[in-house]
Design a protein around this ligand. Structure first.
Ligand code: PHB
Length: 355
């Protein structure tokens, strides 16, 4: 029977199991440059079938949080090389998550200019800045003639990721960031070809995916979506129809995987969207994420609801998660206080079973 421990082919890669380390922001990259400590953190987790990194901003314009890594300069590429080499030395596989925060940012990161978004609609809530929390400001709506530049930021970042030694990239089209802001009618009120109908709202994701696929190959590209997550004040009047069409569009392009966050940020299931309906329309590998444990992960794979399962917080706190699942061993508890920023504490000092 197929389960979490069954190998699976992802493009040219033979993944040794179907356990994925989910992308998690950890804010430990001063000046946006990955460090040796980050390399150690990912190396410790290399027994995952696949690691998807924390979001890496694709440009200065894409930044929205303190000390998140970038993937658009030579220095950042050099920093990431230590990460990819450490993971590959430990026989792991690693994709880089490409991230543009859009309106979930603050003028402090942009020399006082407004963050950009599909439309000038302010998010409820506050931005994380180097000076603490500050109210979100009304973003500047991107001009139509700036869109090719956005597409090129993704293409360039994908090229940088391959230079840095990654096995592929995941496009972050989830959780209320730029690509999600374009998808949803709550944040996209554009009247040009990038707004209005579902076909128009998915156009940016389509163009970005096509550009990245042309740059590095479809077998090295995945996309992450979060149909029911209202995080970052995102909402849509018709999420089922929207994400069904996203899945069909991504099938046409032929990307390697679709990574679906099935729950809200609080971990709740929202039955307003049928995830199976979305996945049925996608013919690549599907990665399920959101509140899974070992039993539910095995069940999802056994009954064909997912090909792989991504674990976030359990992976943060358990570098040897596959081995713990195999042995039915107890899991370390995650310490919320050290999730975002700081040093090795709560980062590389979670014990393994052997410790
Ligand atoms: C966060 O930093 O809280 C965060 C970042 C990216 C996500 C979700 C949450 O996709």
């Amino acid at each position: 029977m197929t389960d979490l421990f069954s190998p699976v082919q992802l493009g040219n890669l033979e993944l040794s199991n179907r356990i994925v380390m989910a992308p998690m922001t950890r804010n430990r990259a001063p000046q946006g440059i990955p460090t040796e400590l980050m390399a150690e953190y990912y190396r410790q987790r290399a027994s995952a079938g696949l690691i998807v990194t924390e979001g890496a901003q694709i440009s200065e314009q894409g930044i929205g949080y303190p000390a998140t890594p970038g993937i658009h300069t030579d220095e950042q590429i050099e920093g990431w090389k230590t990460v990819t080499e450490a993971v590959h030395d430990a026989r792991g596989h690693i994709f880089c998550q490409l991230w543009h925060c859009g309106r979930i940012s603050h003028p402090d990161y942009h020399g006082g200019s407004k963050p950009v978004a599909p439309s000038a609609i302010v998010a409820a809530g506050q931005a994380f800045t180097y000076e603490g929390l500050k109210d979100f400001v009304e973003p500047r709506a991107l001009d139509a003639d700036e869109i090719p530049g956005i597409v090129d930021q993704y293409r360039h970042a994908a090229a940088c990721a391959m230079q840095a030694g990654f096995d592929g990239v995941e496009l972050h089209s989830a959780n209320g960031y730029l690509l999600d802001q374009f998808l949803r009618d709550g944040t996209n009120r554009r009247t040009d070809v990038y707004g209005g109908s579902i076909e128009n709202r998915i156009r940016l994701l389509k163009e970005v995916t096509e550009a990245v696929v042309a740059e590095i190959g479809a077998d090295k590209v995945g996309v992450r979506i979060s149909p029911v997550n209202a995080f970052n004040d995102i909402h849509d009047s018709e999420p089922q129809a929207l994400f069904n069409q996203v899945a069909e569009m991504l099938t046409d392009i032929g990307i390697a995987f679709l990574h679906v966050v099935e729950v809200t940020m609080a971990g709740d299931v929202d039955r307003a969207v049928d995830m199976s309906d979305i996945r049925r329309r996608f013919n690549g590998l599907s990665i399920a994420n959101g509140g899974y444990d070992k039993a539910r992960g095995n069940a999802a794979i056994a009954d064909g609801r997912a090909d792989l399962v991504a674990y976030g917080i359990p992976y943060l706190a358990n570098p040897d998660l596959p081995e713990r699942f195999k042995q039915d061993a107890a899991l370390n508890e995650a310490d919320q206080a050290t999730f975002y920023g700081g040093d090795e504490h709560g980062y590389t000092d979670y014990p393994t079973l052997g410790d």
